[in-house]
Ligand binder design. Structure first.
Ligand code: ASP
Length: 342
C-alpha cells in the first residue's frame, strides 16, 4: 500500500531564510520556524514534511567539511524514516556541498535535493517558493512505490541537475546554476518532465554507507599568464599538501616552460596525486591533444576529464580520506563514482 511520502527538510542557512538587519542593512539568517510561516503553501503538498535546522544557520561562505559531516549525519540518522530529503543551502557554495555529499553518501537510493534562492523568502519577488515547493515535490516522486530520484540533485529555477555536475554561474539572475557537461535530470514547466535516461540507477541491495572522513589538505592552482616560478614553488612547498589540483587552460594545457614541469615532478616524487581539470565551464581535459599538455601526460597526471572543479575538490577530499594506496589513486579518480564525470 502506498503511503504519503515523508520528506525531511533540512535548513543549513543561506539567502532563502535571511532577513535584512535594520542597523547594517546586511542579510543575516533568521529563525527557521519564521521561514516556514512565509510558505503556508507547504501544507497543501501531498506529503508529510518534518524539519530540522543547523543550530546556528550559516551563510554558505562559511561552509566546511565539518558541516558536511554534520549534514551527512542528519541524513544518515533519518535515512530509514524518510522517503526523501530537501536541503536548504546558500547558493554560493551549494555545488561544493552537494558534490561532497554525493561522494559521502555511497549507495544512496533516495533523493537528496539541494535548493536555495537568490532572494529571501520574505521578498515579494522571491524565487524561493518555487524552488522549495518543486524540490519537495521532486523528493516525494515515486515509481512502483520506490523513490524516482536516487541521487544528490540540485534544483534551481525550473531545473533539476545532478548536483556534482553543477557550478554557480551568476550572482544576479535567478537561473544561478549551470551544468554544461550533463543534461538536466528534470525540467519543471506545466508538467514535471523527467529525463529518465539521465538518472543514476542505484543498487538497492546495497546499504547506505556514509563516509565522513574527508582530507582537505589540497592545493588548487589556477593557471594564468604571468604565474611565476616563485609563487608556484612557494605553494608546492606546503608540507601538509596531500593532493594538487591544476585548473588548466582549454583541454588541459599548461605553460611548457621547464620550471613548471620540474616543480610538478617534485610533487610527483612526494607521491602526491596531481589532477588536471579545465578552467573552462564546459568540455573535457584531453592530455596529449596539444604540445602544452604532453608533459603532464608523461608525468602520469590524473585526468579530471569533464569534472567540475567543485566535484574534483570533493572527490579528492573523499578519496584522500579513504587512504587508498598511492598507486591506485589515478585509477579511482578517473573512474566515475557518482556520475560526476564521463
Ligand atoms: N551568501 C549566500 C549564501 O551562500 C547567498 C545565497 O544564499 O544565495 O549563503
Amino acid at each position: 500500500m502506498s503511503h504519503t511520502p515523508k520528506i525531511l527538510l533540512i535548513y543549513t542557512g543561506g539567502t532563502i531564510g535571511m532577513i535584512k538587519d535594520f542597523e547594517t542593512g546586511a542579510l543575516t539568517n533568521f529563525n527557521f520556524d519564521d521561514l516556514l510561516k512565509h510558505i503556508p503553501e507547504l501544507q497543501l503538498l501531498d506529503c508529510a514534511i518534518e524539519t530540522q535546522s543547523f543550530p546556528n544557520p550559516i551563510d554558505s561562505s562559511n561552509m566546511s567539511p565539518v558541516y558536511w559531516a554534520d549534514l551527512a549525519t542528519m541524513i544518515e540518522d533519518a535515512y530509514e524514516d524518510f522517503d526523501g530529503f530537501v536541503v536548504l543551502h546558500g547558493s554560493d557554495t551549494m555545488s561544493y556541498t552537494a558534490s561532497a555529499l554525493s561522494f559521502m553518501l555511497q549507495n544512496l537510493a533516495k533523493p537528496v535535493i539541494f535548493t536555495g534562492s537568490q532572494l529571501p523568502i520574505g521578498d515579494l519577488r522571491t524565487d524561493a517558493k518555487e524552488n522549495l515547493i518543486t524540490s519537495i515535490q521532486i523528493a516525494a516522486l515515486k515509481e512502483k512505490g520506490r523513490p524516482k530520484i536516487a541521487e544528490v540533485g540540485l534544483y534551481f529555477e525550473y531545473k533539476l541537475y545532478r548536483a556534482n555536475r553543477t557550478t554557480k554561474i551568476t550572482a544576479e539572475h535567478f537561473e544561478a546554476f549551470a551544468s554544461l557537461n550533463y543534461p538536466p535530470l528534470a525540467e519543471s514547466g506545466v508538467h514535471l518532465a523527467i529525463n529518465e535516461a539521465a538518472l543514476l540507477q542505484p543498487n538497492r541491495r546495497k546499504k547506505l554507507k556514509v563516509h565522513k572522513n574527508l582530507d582537505s589538505h589540497i592545493v588548487l592552482l589556477k593557471m594564468f599568464p604571468g604565474l611565476d616560478r616563485d609563487t608556484v614553488a612557494h605553494m608546492f612547498s606546503f608540507s601538509k599538501m596531500k593532493g594538487l589540483i591544476l585548473e588548466t587552460y582549454g583541454s588541459g594545457n599548461v605553460t611548457s616552460e621547464d620550471w613548471f614541469l620540474e616543480l610538478l615532478k617534485e610533487v610527483n616524487q612526494r607521491n602526491i596525486p596531481i589532477v588536471n581539470v579545465t578552467q573552462c565551464s564546459g568540455g573535457s581535459v584531453s592530455m596529449g591533444l596539444y604540445e602544452t599538455s604532453v608533459g603532464l601526460k608523461k608525468l602520469g597526471v590524473i585526468s579530471g576529464k569533464d569534472i567540475t572543479t567543485e566535484a574534483a575538490l570533493a572527490k579528492m577530499m573523499y578519496l584522500l580520506g579513504q587512504e587508498i594506496p598511492a598507486e591506485n589513486f589515478k585509477m579511482f579518480f578517473e573512474t566515475p563514482l557518482r556520475g560526476e564525470m564521463m
